[in-house]
Design a protein around this ligand. Structure first.
Ligand code: MG
Length: 196
């Protein structure tokens, strides 16, 4: 039987750079919370957003109350600020031309399917499928692990592309040491590093 490989790529900061969208979203949200602030959680969120506005990353444990609003600003209002990782897009498209399947696996959520597919189409990414969570009950890395377990049943071989080392670690540990069906690549701009 021919070996069928699926390339499984994360979206944010892997295929598309979202830093400037996240920064603009953080600035917008900061001014909203500044007007409405009413709890310790709001003050904590404001100090986290200062970090986000400066460093373009969202601190762990960011307010549940405001998280959805932050991502809605970043992925909907500032969707046009996302820029493509051309190196990775070219690499993956070339492998698709050679017969591999390309699956986009992103925890951003079904609520952003339209924007996500819009960017993929605009920049000519030759994907077969976009998998997004229906809800955010599981942590991002937990949800990704369950989806990868499903994909392993469907394909004989997977190559995973991801910008977060801790996600790779979590998924690799979750699959167990006997799981040789997955290759893991850490993506940092145009650097691809095979981890496992
Ligand atoms: Mg990412």
């Amino acid at each position: 039987m021919e070996k069928l490989t699926a390339l499984v790529s994360d979206f944010d900061d892997t295929l598309f750079f979202n830093r400037s969208a996240i920064v603009s979203a953080a600035e917008d949200l900061y001014s909203i919370i500044e007007r409405e602030k009413e709890s310790d959680e709001d003050y904590k969120a404001m100090s986290d957003l200062e970090v986000t506005a400066k460093e373009g990353r969202i601190p762990k444990g960011f307010s549940k109350k405001w998280k959805n609003q932050l991502y809605t600003f970043a992925y909907a209002k500032y969707n046009d600020k996302l820029s493509p990782n051309n190196f990775l897009i070219n690499y993956l498209n070339q492998r698709v031309t050679q017969g591999d399947k390309l699956i986009i696996l992103s925890a951003r959520g079904e609520e952003f399917r339209k924007q996500t597919e819009g960017l993929l189409n605009r920049y000519g990414v030759k994907y077969d499928e976009v998998i997004l969570p229906e809800n955010h009950r599981l942590k991002d890395e937990e949800w990704k692990l369950t989806e990868i377990e499903n994909l392993i049943k469907k394909y004989s071989h997977l190559a995973l592309f991801e910008d977060k080392f801790e996600n790779i670690q979590y998924i690799a540990n979750g699959l167990g040491i006997n799981e040789n069906a997955v290759e893991f690549y850490l993506v940092d701009n145009s650097n691809l590093t095979r981890i496992i």
